[in-house]
Write a protein that binds this ligand. Sequence first.
Ligand SMILES: [Zn+2]
Length: 180
Amino acid sequence: MLSDPLPTLLDARKAAARGAAVSGVLQPSNLPRFQALLAGDEGRIEAQLAFNRDEENRPVVSVEVSAQVQVTCQRCLQPMPLALNGAARLGIVWTDEQARHLPRDLDPLVVGEEGCNLWDIVEEELILLMPPYSYHETQDCKQILSEYSADVEPPMEPAPEKPNPFAVLAQLKQDEEPRS
Ligand SMILES: [Zn+2]
């Protein structure tokens, strides 16, 4: 199990030439755009990035991310656990012009001169992995449970004619009129 935090910046050119691999752990609070989609700060994110050159000698990075986070159930609006797992391979480029020349199956990762921000890559992949809506398993969902318990109540029927207890009380009080 990974325990060290994922490094932030890396020289992508050197990393690809060396075939460098980096891995590490992040917290949701490290990735504000991803965190904004979550129900809370609890969670754990693991990432592995392997830099390399493809068969055309293009610099590429293979990204694997997995995360255990809390999101909001869209049915009962309570927090629920969500696991995300995904992998991608990106073509490393330095200009938009280079990005346009990448093959269609290689998404571009445009890297600035300051280096390649690994946290940004992980955040982008996690956002892509997020399902648009999340729901509890039916047995765990508060909304389903309350609907179910409502269903087992007997169906509404007109109440049988019963004497109104207050009317009875009023009648008793009238009977108790002081005898003067
Ligand atoms: Zn729910």
